[in-house]
Ligand binder design. Structure first.
Ligand code: DOR
Ligand code: ZN
Ligand code: ZN
Ligand code: ZN
Length: 366
């Protein structure tokens, strides 16, 4: 006998390991409040805060200022990042939850002069933006080679150092093949929803879709999908920019409030499974970053994302909580949506409404 179990599924709280929350001198783009509200609205219970802020989080004083900025203002839980660029003494003292290294310039402009040394001295898991500095200086359109070259360099270093590393937003067939071929258990990587669901053609039609690394051609996208089950982590790279800044060439796409829904829509289209979502946005983030207070274990936080797999809705950026009220998927009908978010057993979002005070706290890492 078939029982109607309803359309709602309770998933463990989904974690996004790549989020730009801005704040500091860029409160017009996003604040801790608006960004973490966007997270729980999208069904994300923990975000990793990227340190390429203005000013960048790359010294102790700014790191401490960031801690104060978070306190009492976060609606989701958060991990604190530290930007490593020839400053490992401060990196060590900071006690940050993870360490970001840029191999080439991106938003904020700071990049590592010596990736191997920064990777080696960082006192924790390194998340690396892998685009080769010299290639992107010469070729600002950032061809696939820029990423492939950087990823090959990262893999060589990782083979030698055997130290936990996460490669951010892998976007090319060449890079994903190189990482999966190397098969180093201490090397993880992320892929974004925009690199999976959008192409260079979309960028040519919509100039707002500039992002680093850029949207790719159909061959690269096909290779990402062919290797989908080998992708450890999906992360948004939520990069809130105002429309005005986008028109002046800012790179980045807001993603927190479409990420889970796009994946659920993908489940409905037979592209992936619910288990893939749980692996790539909960189990693997916990394992890779050594998160102690999340996951399926006694005493862990009771964080949950309730999704309605059959709910149909239309993306309307004016209803977003992020300050970046635009989206590549504006007007798109999606099937599947996060309808409730719970943090430590308390409902913090239900049917697009954020309920109560900021309850987010910093996560524990090993
Ligand atoms: O497109 C991007 N935007 N890529 C990055 O690496 C940084 C991000 C941002 O901070 O805007
Ligand atoms: Zn203090
Ligand atoms: Zn990046
Ligand atoms: Zn980023």
């Amino acid at each position: 006998e078939v029982l109607n179990l309803g359309e709602d599924l309770i998933l463990p709280g989904l974690i996004d390991v790549h989020v730009h929350l801005r704040d500091f001198e860029e409160k017009h783009k996003e604040t801790i409040e608006s960004g973490t509200k966007a997270a729980i609205h999208g069904g994300i219970t923990t975000v990793f805060d990227m340190p390429n802020t203005r000013p960048p989080i790359m010294d102790l004083k700014t790191f401490e200022r960031r801690e104060h900025t978070f306190r009492g203002r976060a609606y989701s839980d958060y991990a604190m990042g530290f930007l490593v660029s020839n400053n490992c003494e401060d990196a060590k003292m900071s006690g940050a939850d993870f360490f970001k290294v840029f191999m080439g310039a991106s938003t904020g402009g700071i990049y590592s002069k010596d990736f191997e040394s920064d990777y080696s001295c960082a006192p924790g898991v390194v998340s690396v933006h892998a685009e080769d500095a010299r290639t992107i200086q010469k070729r600002p359109e950032r061809p696939p080679e820029a990423e492939i070259k950087a990823v090959e360099r990262v893999l060589l270093a990782a083979e030698k150092l055997r130290k936990p590393l996460n490669i951010c937003h892998v976007s090319t067939g060449g890079a994903i093949k190189a990482v999966t071929r190397s098969n180093l258990p201490w090397v993880s990587f992320e892929v974004t929803p925009h690199h999976l669901f959008l192409s260079r053609g979309d960028y040519e039609r919509n100039g707002l879709l500039k992002v680093y690394p850029p949207l790719r051609g159909e061959d690269d996208i096909r290779t990402l999908w062919e290797n989908f089950r080998r992708i450890p982590i999906i992360a948004s790279d939520h990069a809130p920019h105002t429309i005005e800044d986008k028109k002046e060439g800012a790179a980045g796409i807001p993603g927190l409030e479409t990420e889970v829904a796009l994946l659920l829509d993908g489940v409905n289209r037979g592209l992936l499974s619910i288990t893939d979502i749980v692996k790539k946005m909960h189990l693997n983030p916990i394992r890779v970053f050594g998160i102690r207070n999340k996951g399926f274990r006694l005493g862990a936080d009771a964080d949950f994302t309730v999704v309605d797999l059959k709910r149909e809705w239309i993306v309307k950026p004016e209803e977003f909580y992020t300050k970046a009220k635009w989206s590549p998927w504006e007007g798109k009908r999606l099937r599947g949506k996060a309808v409730m978010t719970l943090l430590r057993g308390e409902v913090v979002m239900e049917e697009d409404e954020i309920t109560g005070k900021p309850r987010g706290v910093r996560i524990d890492v090993r």
